[in-house]
Design a protein around this ligand. Structure first.
Ligand code: GLU
Length: 294
């Protein structure tokens, strides 16, 4: 049997928080328990927010956590050619289109619709589904934007993608914690249509989270993804891209989230739960493990 390969894939766009500590340590625990390997991937495609300084501090935090991993570390900012190649394959299938509406225009269109008593579908993260350029702009406006320097996103035509795949998709979900690591994986039905036409790339960036995560999980031979429940529904999109690009799907384990004192999901801007500020305030490794329930 081939050895399982795990990965911890943080984005250095802020300081790591307790949720990242849980993810990192669960990955490490699973890799040991299943005699697998653990890789680290730096998800830094957002070059405006991810800085070398934050990356350095991230590695300091991981060292303090006692995390060890196999080299090499994959850095997404060094992998744009691979993402571009995957994007081109999807473009060649006729499944990608340029979308010119700005976020503000989408918001305004949806708000107008809702003000008139209409419901508007939202994706599992709560963002309105893309209405399509033609719902808001005239043919002339669209042509003008296409001819100009206007920003655009490249979106997946989800309906056509699903027609091309032609069958329902599932993924294998196994327990994420403790003994549950050894639970048999069960198939979960994916619901990619709930996401609508997701963004695959932008004018200045040849990729997006969804595209790069799928390309990299395959490139790194990841067999087992352990990550937070906040990405559970995103797996539906990942399955579509894996299917279109003919990539093997890993087994997924989505773990509980650590909530802040206010009961809300932690965010990187939440200073009091960053690993860094907690250790600077004197929290020991053992206390941190207790705080995250390990
Ligand atoms: N980079 C993502 C994050 O920091 C995690 C992506 C993943 O595990 O699929 O939230």
């Amino acid at each position: 049997m081939t050895k399982p390969v795990f990965r911890f894939a943080p984005s250095p766009n802020g300081h790591l928080h307790l949720g990242h500590a849980l993810s990192a340590l669960l990955n490490a625990r699973a890799a040991v328990a299943l005699s697998g390997r653990l890789l680290v991937r730096v998800e830094d495609i957002d070059q405006a927010r991810c800085t070398p300084g934050l990356e350095l501090e991230m590695f300091e935090d991981l060292a303090w956590l006692g995390l060890t991993w196999d080299e090499p570390v994959l850095r997404q900012s060094e992998s744009f050619p691979q993402y571009r190649a995957a994007l081109e394959r999807l473009q060649d299938m006729g499944l990608v289109y340029p979308a010119y509406l700005t976020r503000a225009e989408i918001r305004k269109h949806v708000a107008g619709f809702e003000a008139n008593g209409g419901g508007w579908p939202r994706d599992p993260d709560g963002a309105p589904l893309y209405p399509g350029d033609a719902a808001v702009l005239s043919g002339r406006d669209i042509a003008e934007r296409a001819d100009s320097d206007a920003p655009f996103a490249l979106r997946l035509d989800m309906k056509q993608a699903l027609e091309r795949i032609g069958r329902p998709l599932t993924w294998l979900e196994a327990g994420a914690e403790g003994e549950a690591l050894f639970d048999p994986a069960v198939p979960v039905t994916a619901d990619p249509a709930a996401w609508g036409d997701v963004v695959l790339a932008r004018k200045d960036t040849p990729t997006s989270y969804h595209l790069s995560v799928v390309v990299d999980d395959a490139r790194q031979g990841i067999t087992d993804v352990v990550r937070g429940k906040d990405l559970y529904h995103a797996t539906s999109v990942h399955r579509v891209l894996q299917e279109l690009l003919q990539l093997d799907a890993p087994v997924y384990r989505h773990h509980r989230l650590i909530l802040g004192e206010d009961g809300r999901k932690l965010s990187k801007s939440n200073r009091d739960t960053s690993i860094r500020s907690l250790r600077e305030a004197g929290m020991s490794h053992a206390e941190l493990r207790r705080r995250i329930g390990l």
